[in-house]
Design a protein around this ligand. Sequence first.
Ligand SMILES: N[C@@H](CCC(=O)N[C@@H](CS)C(=O)NCC(=O)O)C(=O)O
Length: 80
Amino acid sequence: MKLYDYPTAPNPRRVRFFIAEKGQTIPIVTVDLAQRAQFTPAFRILNPSCTVPVLELDDGTAISEVPVICRYLEDLHPDP
Ligand SMILES: N[C@@H](CCC(=O)N[C@@H](CS)C(=O)NCC(=O)O)C(=O)O
């Protein structure tokens, strides 16, 4: 599982806070929004909306909405 992130962007920060509150660690892939990396062909395949965050599962599934990512992580790690 990987989280596509950009350090100063508010929406991925919401997911990082959620992960931290859960005491979990998820590998981060930085998508440099300042360099327009969200518009590269490879990233468009992952998320056609060209936004972060994206949670990529080990089977290649990509989740690109903050509430859905958090609900997925909550199901995986209900405690705390
Ligand atoms: N639907 C997404 C929206 C995420 C979103 O708007 N992300 C911004 C960063 S905070 C983004 O990636 N912007 C890229 C751009 O505007 O090109 C969510 O709420 O999870």
